[in-house]
Ligand binder design. Sequence first.
Ligand code: ATP
Length: 592
Amino acid sequence: MHETDRPKGDSLKPLKALVPFIRPYKNTLIVAIIILLLASAVTGSLPIVARYLIDSGITSGNADKINFYFKLVVGVILLISILSATRLYLITWLGERIVADIREKIYAQVLRQDPSFFEVTQTGEVLSRLTTDTTLVQAISGVGISIALRSTIMLFISLAGIMYTSPSLTLIIVLLIPAVIGPILWLARRVRKLSRSAQDKIAESSGMANEMLNAIETVQAFTLEKIQNQRFKKAVEAAFIAAVERIKLRFVMSFSSMFLLLGAITLVLWLGTQEVLAGNMLPGELAQFVLFTFLLASSGAMLSEMWGEVQRAAGAMERLIELLNAQPGICAPLNPVAIPVLGEGRISFNNVNFHYPSRPNTHALENLNLNITAGETIAFVGPSGAGKSTIFQLLLRFYDPQSGVISINGVDISTADPQEVRSIVAVVPQETVVFATSALENIRYGRPDANDEEVRAAAVSASADLFISQLPEGYNTFLGEKGTRLSGGQKQRIAIARAILKDPPILLLDEATSALDAESERLVQQSLNKLMHNRTTIIIAHRLATVLKAKRIVVIDEGRIRSIGSHAQLMQNDPLYAHLADLQFSSATQQV
Ligand code: ATP
């Protein structure tokens, strides 16, 4: 999201994107507009009532008439108050509703994105867009529309009013308008540009803060607090400076609009007084004229103020549109092919070549050919960066290979719905993600429609039941954000319980490299054995016990399959494997 990617100029086109969000509530909008029209008409009648109050009441000295006109004024004021309050309610409701819809839609859209989106977009930036940018849109989509409409209507009513009262004075006002409005519009345009850059800066600083807070332990472990503070401070100060630039312009704008408008009114008032002195105008008529001029000026001022807001909102909307329109590269084809699943998972890789979109010149996988039969347990071994995790990414359809075919149960997964592919694969990652909720709900993420009994049964199979029961509130214990209240082995068993609950035919297991103590290791292995039973399992292996159990071990190096065989065969025939086994499995050997 860079400045250059956006349409130039200061068009309000981005606001068009609001139309589909307003459409479902058009009845509310229509009612609000009708009330607005009524309120404007009634407000427009105030100067006329005031004129009669002065010319037929006060100047005539007739107490009955004076009382009558005052009652009329009170009536008009009451009506204006009721109508304005109702309009405010409806319009504010509309603004809140529209922004809630936009937020929900953007969030849903962001959740659909594939990993390449997140490679270039900071999550904190998205969060900032969701909160601050939508708030700007909210400011105009409800109250803003209302003020703009009311001011426009009042502008016309008061213009008609002054014309009706005194055509000659009106002419002077009409001549003054461009002198007043011109500079204000020019300033508003500049305000918009500056506010866009201020919003960008805010989003950047939020992105940075979010990243650092997510890695708070690393930041503290490396005592990076000071450096991070400075970086954040720099980002926040940049946002402040951008905001000050905008405020400076607003200052000039506010001063000029106030001075020009009030100056113009005073001029008209002076001219009108001359007319009254010359006997060409009654004092009540002058009052009516001045009130209309005041209405005209205040609606003009409101409109110019709103113009600034509308410009800001258009800037914010531009970025929201980028998020709303972001299309994931990986999505379901028009007619996705269903993957036949009868409790089994066969996987085959045929001449698969793949490079990450951000590294077009480096092969992550090259000419990969492999058939995995249903129910087989197969282990992947290879040096760091060999491409083992990449194979998992492809199997989950986070990316599609540039050439070659990956199929599950005979169906090319690039012709299937990614959601379906993922529904028949469970992943037990190296680092378990624990969500900020209870143990029960954390396991239920494996299959959200599972009942409590099923969740508990999965926990029992995963040897997690005992430690969960010992937590202060058992299954209802809050596990803390990122599961900071659990040990490594406990987190792994939560992940295994999730996979058991999901019960898919294919299991991808990225074995943890961190060594567990003997007892945890035994419990994890025990639960893994249950999980792998009767399932096609691919393991990125780091334990001797695992490779010994696997009938076939695939040695991967630099994106290519180097050799396939049993542990004993590979120890003899593949020096790289023998070397890796020496390095990786030596520490685990004692535990087996
Ligand atoms: P390890 O055992 O250390 O986890 P691995 O065998 O799983 O390693 P991969 O993560 O599959 O290795 O990475 C294979 C290659 O692809 C590496 O060179 C890595 O730098 C690169 N790579 C991984 N993810 C991405 C990405 N999102 N964008 C670009 N390159 C990537």
